[in-house]
Design a protein around this ligand. Structure first.
Ligand SMILES: CC(C)(COP(=O)(O)OP(=O)(O)OC[C@H]1O[C@@H](n2cnc3c(N)ncnc32)[C@H](O)[C@@H]1OP(=O)(O)O)[C@@H](O)C(=O)NCCC(=O)NCCS
Length: 183
């Protein structure tokens, strides 16, 4: 197995800083040319740490799940899924990031599958959706490899204050998806 040296667990408030560091590294690596350099080179590590502290400390922990994948050296990826954000479309996968140097080793698939499994355990029959920047071709290739379907295009406000064409991907049948992913 490719990922036998990695384990998945639920995040706690104490993980906020390490999630923020990985999130910052992933944004700087992936969003160069998509978000402004002035924003990416600014104090986003502090901004992300505040964001994750607030999210992990907020009430309603049973309606969200933040999952971490860790190796011997610590955190290498995370995913966040929210049940009550645009729930017309089911659960919302709000963030999915793998350490840039470990991309393409199946960790994203492992996190995505674990998030889908959690959704099925909480809300059987719900779909799952997410928004991705239209020009984030790498992530789109990943979502399409996992059978995601584009259902909407919209200009969404980014954390940098800009507006960017974004696509909503949906997975309608998580149980079949998990079967296909052999989970
Ligand atoms: C998107 C991301 C989470 C995918 O995780 P990953 O660990 O690199 O992907 P995996 O190795 O699990 O790949 C799973 C499948 O997707 C495919 N895939 C992955 N990246 C792809 C790409 N850039 N283009 C096409 N297919 C891709 C793989 O080939 C694999 O399919 P296979 O099993 O049939 O071979 C990761 O690349 C990442 O963190 N990207 C930067 C952050 C980001 O853009 N997050 C999404 C924000 S909406």
């Amino acid at each position: 197995m490719r990922n036998r040296n990695f384990a998945i667990r639920a995040a706690t408030l104490a993980d906020s800083q390490s999630i923020a560091s990985l999130h910052t590294a992933s944004w700087r690596n992936t969003y160069r040319g998509i978000l402004p350099d002035t924003y990416l080179d600014g104090p986003i590590a502090e901004e992300r740490a505040n964001h994750w502290r607030a999210r992990l400390a907020s009430p309603g922990a049973d309606r969200r799940q933040v999952l971490l994948v860790e190796g011997e050296g610590g955190l290498v990826g995370f995913v966040c899924v929210l049940l009550d954000q645009e729930s017309l479309w089911g659960a919302c996968l709000d963030n999915l990031h793998v350490l840039p140097r470990l991309k393409g080793r199946g960790l994203g698939r492992q996190l995505f599958s674990s998030a889908a499994q959690w959704v099925v355990s909480k809300e059987p029959g719900w779909p799952m959706h997410l928004w991705v920047f239209e020009s984030n071709y790498g992530a789109r290739g990943f979502y399409e490899a996992l059978g995601g379907e584009v259902v909407e295009r919209s200009f969404k406000e980014t954390p940098a204050g800009t507006e960017i064409a974004s696509l909503r991907y949906v997975w309608y049948d998580l149980i079949s998806l998990l079967r296909n992913l052999s989970i």
